[in-house]
Design a protein around this ligand. Structure first.
Ligand SMILES: NC(=O)c1ccc[n+]([C@@H]2O[C@H](COP(=O)([O-])OP(=O)(O)OC[C@H]3O[C@@H](n4cnc5c(N)ncnc54)[C@H](O)[C@@H]3O)[C@@H](O)[C@H]2O)c1
Length: 240
């Protein structure tokens, strides 16, 4: 498979390495700081699929460039979710193809499922409150993490007494407090904690490095080849 990498930062570098290890050909690497002049439809069309990991204020435009070039795109950039519905609409109505996940790691996607399952159980046990914590490296631009938002949404879908999340340490009864910490080079740690006067039930996912994230993005790109146009997520890729 021929891949274009858009964004040659921490993730772009690991994606390049894993894509090559899996016998894919990286035909194009684009980065705003290195070669913005190469970001053309003609160049993009040399690839079967593009993988986009850039920054919150650039993701949507980059995805539109791929759409306009007719190249399917896997995006992992977080912090631009307000524009996701429009991108989804274009996939549905205009024959574009986007694969999006707030987290491409297989282990995190298993954690998303465990989180929903636990939330369903805890819905009946109203003496437990629930809060969350996420820890990332100090360079991260958005907060909370896209992964934390997905986890919070999984709780809100299943726990009737919660309807939103907040970063305010004094949440209302209906809100889930997310404690956001930024430390050193931490790749990503997410915790959900149900707490009662009697005991706590805690689940945690700890990423040891970026390899799982990059592998998932490359698997998503390989998955898209030959698929009909549309909007895809890890639920399509993973065999649950
Ligand atoms: N979904 C996931 O699984 C997942 C995993 C890790 C990181 N992320 C997200 O991916 C994004 C990138 O993470 P990172 O750690 O690689 O960041 P990074 O800062 O190390 O790299 C981003 C790169 O994008 C480049 N860039 C910025 N604007 C651009 C543009 N308009 N066009 C092309 N390149 C551009 C920057 O120059 C930089 O090299 C962040 O939003 C992060 O939160 C998502």
């Amino acid at each position: 498979m021929k891949i274009a990498i858009i964004g040659y930062g921490k993730m772009g570098h690991v994606i390049e390495q894993i894509a090559k290890e899996r016998s894919n050909e990286v035909v194009l690497i684009l980065d705003a700081l290195i070669n913005p002049q190469d970001f053309t439809a003609e160049n993009l069309r040399k690839a079967d699929v593009a993988i986009e990991f850039t920054r919150p204020d650039a993701a949507y435009d980059n995805i539109m460039k791929c759409f306009n070039a007719g190249v399917p795109v896997v995006s992992g950039t977080t912090g631009w979710l307000e524009k996701l519905p429009e991108a989804k609409r274009m996939c549905k109505e205009e024959g574009k193809t986007l694969f999006y996940s707030s987290n491409y790691a297989i282990g995190v996607n298993i954690f998303f499922r465990v989180n929903k399952f636990l939330a369903k159980l805890m819905n009946h046990y109203t003496n437990y409150d629930v809060n969350m914590q996420e820890i990332h490296h100090i360079h991260k631009l958005d907060k909370p993490s896209g992964t934390a938002i997905t986890i919070a949404e999984g709780i809100i879908e299943n726990v009737d007494r919660k309807d939103s999340w907040t970063l305010d340490p004094k949440p209302t009864d209906k809100q889930i407090y997310i404690d956001v910490l930024r430390e050193g080079e931490v790749p990503g740690t997410h915790t959900v904690n149900y707490t009662s006067p009697i005991d706590d039930i805690t689940i945690t996912h700890v990423s040891h490095n970026r390899n799982g994230l990059a592998l998932g993005a490359v698997l998503a790109a390989e998955y898209l080849v030959g698929k009909p146009s549309g909007f895809y997520t890890m639920d399509d890729l993973m065999d649950f």
